[in-house]
Each structure stands twice: as structure tokens, then as C-alpha cells.
Design a protein around this ligand. Structure first.
Ligand SMILES: Nc1ncnc2c1ncn2[C@@H]1O[C@H](COP(=O)(O)OP(=O)(O)OP(=O)(O)O)[C@@H](O)[C@H]1O
Length: 314
């Protein structure tokens, strides 16, 4: 069964088309990774799905029901982990959970049990009585997740839940996501970190400038560019003239520059390595050159022409 189907979603902010006929379906019990550079429309899509903004046209179904007429009912089944941490700093971790649980109608012993279990689940059992103001970034993120989980939603939507935290907390969060999924929760996971998607997602949707530009399993997406070869070149000075000469080489499909590194995408077997080297040498300052097999990061780069973390928060 599909947990959600967002059909032909259009959302404008003034003249700006933030979502242009976006179609995304998520199967029950999967972890869908939603990738896209800044401004791709990921948060807009998530907010539309969670009923926080109105869309201009299109249709959203959640658990087989139209969102339009069943929003209250649907909200009970959804948990939203927002990009900005949304917890009360002057309430303890436990009180935060009691507050959010109360909103979902949990009361008495049920609420107490849910609070305790959720604190334990996110690894904050010992910190229930503490104020989040004393927490590390990672602990605050975990509390933020706990608040979205308190009512045991079937469908958890996570908007960049690991931004700005230490690797240990990040691993803890990824482990939590995996555990939740194993227990039957469907997850929509947005991130700027490609390796997170590779670690947990069963399927990926890539967005850019309000469009879905690719979707499939990681293997399916990488397969799409299997016939391409990536040459990585590092030079002292990547001048526009050098980039232009590389673009004009036979069979070169794309030249992407990021700092001193230049990536040249050509069909496999084009023999472009020698040509790239000889052009680069004319400009001097070649620091290194290598060829690599495509990865999900390359799929992203090839499709969007951008690195995932360009301008993104680290
Ligand atoms: N409330 C708003 N008013 C006007 N424009 C907006 C508003 N919210 C988003 N936008 C614009 O819509 C586009 C999509 O933004 P959105 O936040 O959905 O992107 P995103 O993929 O989530 O990016 P990020 O990774 O930076 O969070 C951007 O160009 C953004 O500037």
C-alpha cells in the first residue's frame, strides 16, 4: 500500500514556481531519501505534505485518503521533524514530550508510558528532567525527533535531521531511523548528506529547481550513468579558458568545476584521459588526475550540475 501519493503538485510563491508538477509516491515501510540542492523545493514539498502550506494545484493522498477532506485524521498518522529545532527551551525534555503528546490526545498513564519509551528510544532517558538549553546540538536534534514520535506515527517526515551535529549523534539518529523503519514506520528523509541516503534509503528522489529530475533505487540511478566515465583533475588555477577547452574535447558531456577540482564526464572508453591531461598541461599546474566509477554523488552532479552541499549547511 502507498503511504502517500503527491500528484502533480504545483506551488508558487509570487512569481516563483517552487514546485512544478511534482509527483512523488511513497510505499508503506520504505525509507525514501529526498535529495536536492538548496532551493530545490524539498521543504516546500514536505510542508505541503504535512498540511502546513496550501498548494496551488495537485492532489495529496495519505494512507489512501485525500488530504483535502481528512487533514485532522491524517495529521494523527504523521510525525514531522522540522529543519529548525522546534522544542521549548524552558521546558524539560520530559515536559516537551508531555506537551506534544497532549496535543495528540495522549493522557494519563498512556502519555507517561509513551514519554518514557520515547526518551529511551532516542537515548535521552537520563536527561528527561533536564532543560534542552543545556543539551548539545545532537541531543537537541534527538529531542526534536522524539517530539515528532511521541504519538507513534505510521509515517515520519524528517527535514534534514542531522544538520550541524557531531558524528556520534548523527550515527545515533541514523540508527534510530533504521530501528523505527524495522518496527514498521515509513520514513521520508531529506538530507544534504549523500552518504546518509546511501546508508539508509531504499529509494531516492532527486529534485532540482522545483522539479523531480530522477527517482529509483540507488542501483537504478547509478546504472543510468554506468556508461559514463569520470575524470577528476586538480589544477592550480581552473581558468575559464581551460574549462572551455575541456568542454570542446570530443565526447565530453559535462565539465563541472568546484574550487580547484574539475570533473570531466565522457562516455566510457572515450580515451579522454590522455586528451584531458595534454590540455591541462598546456595551462600548467596539474596537481592530480584520476578516473573513477560513478557514485550516487555523480548521478546527482550529472543531473543537477551542482554538488549536493554547494551552499548547504554543514
Ligand atoms: N515562504 C516563502 N516565500 C517565498 N519564497 C519561498 C518561501 N519558501 C520557499 N521559497 C522559495 O521556494 C524555493 C524552494 O524552497 P525550499 O525551502 O522548499 O527548498 P529546499 O529544497 O528545502 O532548500 P534547502 O535545502 O535550502 O532547505 C526557493 O527558491 C525558496 O527561496
Amino acid at each position: 500500500m502507498m503511504i502517500t501519493h503527491m500528484k502533480n503538485i504545483v506551488k508558487r510563491y509570487g512569481n516563483h514556481l517552487a514546485l512544478d508538477c511534482v509527483d512523488v509516491a511513497i510505499e508503506e515501510r520504505e525509507i525514501l531519501g529526498l535529495l536536492g540542492p538548496n532551493g530545490a523545493g524539498k521543504t516546500t514539498l514536505i510542508h505541503a505534505l504535512a498540511g502546513l502550506i496550501n498548494i496551488d494545484s495537485g492532489e495529496i493522498e495519505v494512507l489512501g485518503k485525500s488530504q483535502k477532506n481528512n487533514m485532522l485524521e491524517i495529521k494523527k498518522e504523521i510525525g514531522l521533524v522540522t529543519q529548525d529545532i522546534a522544542v521549548f527551551e524552558d521546558l524539560t525534555a520530559k515536559e516537551n514530550l508531555e506537551f506534544f503528546g497532549g496535543i495528540y490526545g495522549l493522557r494519563g498513564n498512556t502519555l507517561k508510558k509513551c514519554v518514557e519509551e520515547t526518551l529511551e528510544f532516542v537515548g535521552l532517558k537520563e536527561y528527561g528532567g533536564k532543560l534542552p538549553v543545556k543539551f548539545s546540538g545532537g541531543m537537541k536534534r534527538r529531542l526534536n525527533i522524539a517530539c515528532a514520535l511521541i504519538h507513534r506515527p505510521k509515517f515520519l517526515i524528517m527535514d534534514e535531521p542531522t544538520v550541524g551535529i557531531d558524528p556520534q549523534s548523527r550515527n545515533h539518529i541514523l540508527e534510530t531511523v533504521r530501528k523505527l523503519n524495522q518496527q514498521g514506520t515509513t520514513i521520508l528523509y531529506t538530507t544534504h548528506y549523500m552518504e546518509e541516503v546511501q546508508a539508509i534509503a531504499s529509494r531516492v528522489v532527486i529534485m532540482d529547481q522545483g522539479h523531480v529530475i530522477a527517482k529509483g533505487t540507488i542501483e537504478e540511478l547509478v546504472e543510468k550513468i554506468q556508461h559514463e566515465e569520470k575524470i577528476k583533475l586538480e589544477v592550480a588555477e581552473p581558468t575559464e579558458t581551460l574549462l572551455e577547452k575541456l568542454r570542446k574535447l570530443d565526447g565530453v558531456k559535462q565539465v563541472i568545476q568546484s574550487g580547484r577540482e574539475i570533473q570531466i564526464i565522457s562516455p566510457v572508453g572515450s580515451g579522454n584521459l590522455d586528451r584531458v591531461l595534454s590540455v591541462a598541461r598546456q595551462f600548467g599546474g596539474v596537481r592530480s588526475v584520476s578516473t573513477e566509477k560513478p557514485t550516487l554523488e555523480d548521478v546527482f552532479l550529472t543531473l543537477t550540475g551542482k554538488r549536493l552541499r554547494d551552499g548547504g549547511e554543514e
